[in-house]
Design a protein around this ligand. Sequence first.
Ligand SMILES: [Cu+2]
Length: 309
Amino acid sequence: MRASTAMTGIAAVSTATFVAGTALAQQALEIIGQPVDGKMGFQPAGTPGARDLQWLDAMILYIITAIVIFVTALLIYVMIRYNSKSNPTPARFTHNSPLEVAWTVIPIVILVFIGAFSLPVLFKDQEIPVGDVTIKATGYQWYWGYEYVDEVNADGEVLAFESYMIGSPSLGGSNMLTPEVEEQLKAAGYSREQFLLATDTAVVVPVGKKIVIQVTAADVIHSWKIPAFGVMQDAVPGRIAALWFQPETEGIYFGQCSELCGQMHAYMPITVKVVSEAAYAEWLAKAKTGDVELSHLGAATPVNVALAD
Ligand SMILES: [Cu+2]
């Protein structure tokens, strides 16, 4: 927990300790899905799909490593044993049937083995279920628009809003981290660490539910991607594609447009807030009245929700 939220955290802990299971508890959203300085590898898996992908990556890495070591060892052996000095009169034969059968069959077995694990993961990812929440994400140069297609606002229109990077020209910035932008980040519950990732409004989804994102674009090709969820889908003008995920842990997750879409491609990030069902219902009610700002769901200013158990 960041220093700026330490007091809130202490309050949350004491509330939870003293009234646990009875009334209300303070709940702050932790930032889970973001890149960390000096680290390699994946962000923490926030969905079963991401866990499957990361497991698959590790499993294939073992196979690749074994193959690389084997081929390198063979090359070194051949270079030493069969160079012109150690083997001045090379053999003249050109075929070895058992060896040729082996180097055909063994790779097939390896590929079938990998396929037996990777294809189910691919199918699970690409078979889009009926979503508990369906959101249409539209890429624009250079921001994202969101429509909660099953939700209607007070005016009888589909609940829709735009999402701009904090510090972007649309919000009075210049894509640079200035003291003013740092203030804006703070006000929204973030810190300078989240510059280039945090947006003014966020996609808010309930934890544990199947979320379907319909992805499209209005100008050029963009791509909607959240690494911690293991999802990425190109946003193509005139077409609607879909991705889905089932977030397991409440928290804040970041992603970025992942298809080179022009001058400000790097400045159209994605913020997803995974919240409890109660907090989602509360946000939805507020959003329908036009209040899609998320200060009441930020890490620094936690929302009051009833304990689940
Ligand atoms: Cu883009």
